[in-house]
Design a protein. Sequence first.
Lengths: 394, 467
Amino acid sequence: MTYPTTGERLKLSRRRISTATTATSAEPTRPPVRRGKLLICCGNSGEDVGLRLLAHAWRDGYDLPAIFINNDHLGPTPLQVHVPGRGSVSVTATDRFVLGAEGNTRDLIKEYPLLVKRYLEGGLLRGVPVFETYNRGGRGGHAIPTITVMDIDLHIEALYGHLRRSLQWLSGEPQRRTAASDLEILLTLQNSQQEASAESWIIVVPVGGTGSCGNGCAQTIPYLIRHILHELGIRNYELWLVVLGPRAFTGLTAYVQHNYLALLHSLDYMAEHGQRRAYLNGITIDTDAPPCDRLFLLDDPLLPSQGASVTEQEMQRFLDRAALSLHLLLNTDAYDVIASHAANPLDLTQDQRIRWLHTVNGTVAGVEREGLLELVTQTLEARLLERFMTRLAS
Amino acid sequence: MFKTKRPIPAEAAPLTESRRFLASLGLDHTLPIKLTRHADGRPYQPIQLAQVQKGGSSQTTLVQEMSLLQMKKHTGGWDTLLEGNRVRAEQEALHALEARVSEGALTIPVRPFLQELAQEITQDIQLLQTARATLEQRYAEAESNLVRWQNEQAQGQGLLESLATIAQTLISGRLTRNDAVACWNSREASALSCDAHRAALTILIALAEAVSGLVRALDQVLEAAESRRQVAAGQVSQLRQSYTRVRGWGYEVNPSAIAEVLTQQNDSRWLSELLTALREAGSEALIAQTQTIARREAERLLEGLDIIGLIELEGEQLARRTGTGDAVDALVLVGEELLDQVRRRPTWQLTSGARRRVETLQIVPQGEAIFEHTSLKSAAYGSRQDRLAFLQVEFEVALEELRLVQEGRALFAAAQERREHFVLEEVAAAWRAASTTEIDAPPPRMSEPPPIFSNGTSHAASEAALW
């Protein structure tokens, strides 16, 4: 299938439903496997997409467990969403872990020989002026992924513990996280029923690929996840990495393209070779596993529409669309339909390349049913009263 | 019996509903007469004395008549019958009024009916009062004459003398006995009529008070209804104005259009149910009952509507409003638009030689395909029936098939020379090793460094169409 270059639109027609098609097949169909979902949202764009995924889930009437990781204290902007039965509620990133403390990251690594060897002697800060890495902890990574990875190294103990507590929930242990509101409690209780019947898990890690935190997390967090899940004895999962950008973030920093390409090359390398990395808390990642089971790349090649930089509105629309596409893939039966095909890869070109990149693109037509119900109710009430008065008075 | 005189026009005007109502209850000019009837329909007969016959009456009859003629007041005796009939008629009228108003059997709205009824009752009261005044005057005349005759008789010495005086009265011009009898009979009849008219007036006044009370109660209810209607209408307006589209959706059903279509139906059962509920619970329950009915019916109207039904409903409403008829299938139009949004807004760019697998799905309620197309698979949205989506997944692409990787290879290599962009020492080392040994083919030479990303696709039209 190629993208149309002319103005033609794909023509659709209604499917004629005949009695023959609704006849039961000879063999009974099996119900689709119920999969639980867990979001681990890293970096600003990852958190923004994660919050939108939560909003879609809440709008559809269920909860989506999510944790948020960033090295910027400033969290994503809350979203307002209509929840069935509860009206308009605010979706916020509640379970949030912020990397970084006071002090300059580059100075702090000098206290640890492992990190000195890695970053100073090993050349990972080659050509990076000290000024660019002279950030205050918890204020972001200044578009330099190395800062985030240094933050991860420096705070691995806390980060690892947080991840472990979050992932421990997948094994069925009740204490996951405290709910911040009555609505969260209700939705979590409802979700626990889904969890009980979940047969496998999809852990989704959305990240921005062009900045600091998402980029750095994408190359480290997935292996930490795999390590923890292995420790917990959890095998029935798929790990998805969703990388956003780069065109959608054009002009935001000077390193958009460079960071993104470096990330892709790094992921591609690890898809072939795995990872070997030691951490200060004593754990060592030494695995031949790829960083993730599926790598989704989501971008908007048509951006920026004008000029050299995307506008805030364009970026927000891109994030809206990315989240919606992921929501449709994750939270409908679409993946069940696709998964069987994806499990049997075809070597289309027989070129021995690792063909593990995916993208997803979706859109939806819908209605805010709660709002519609309220509007119909109020309209009916007004009209009933009108008829009542007409019947009685004039 | 005095008959109420009513003006009769040359051509009889059609009876108003209130007049028909009153007539059905017997509350017309014959009411005083009806009130003096026994249960079997026989009219009550007041005592009436006979005139003196030419041949004379028996001495016993004359004695009885004389004692009656001497009575200062009328004999009466009809009070119990009259009162019983009055109470019965009054209760029947009040019950009938309540039933007529509450059961919705009126051909005209309730308030105009009550106003009309009040006017008719007022007219009837006036007529009865006029008639009663005439009757009372007649009674007074009859009594006055009778008292004069009684006084004249009292001047006589005895009965025989009185009898003789009667004969003499005929000769002398004084009231004769027959005159006295006529007066006595007139007094009796007038008294009965007066009392009957008084009873009829009592019924009509009670009915008028009931009507007045109903009008007052109705006005209160109508005021409350209007107040609440304004609140509801204001909330409708606010809901329509404050409605915000869901971010990211490619198409959103217009809730105002759906509300407009669904609430246009004039289901008389709703109003009947409301009136019945008010009869049982009282008018104070108007607001609560209206809200209960509205919420229940809104849920019922929306319950069976999935996204297909909603889009079709919106299409019908638009067609009706614009007069476009059934030329366009709204569902197909929406489906084509959604699919076009997906196909015309790619999420990556691949090299011309890239090969990948593509799956395009329609995600629909129940999972059963809505659209026929060889390239479309179908999947169920899930529990929501009010969503319709299209999803395209491309997979099994290699890194080298990404255009930005191909186009950015040279520039990235140059940038990497200047500073380290990798964050993992293993990867950085591998890149250095690869660059040093040139295992991969050197990057393509270009006449001028191309931008890392090219944007040769026209997007303005798609942008406008999408957003």
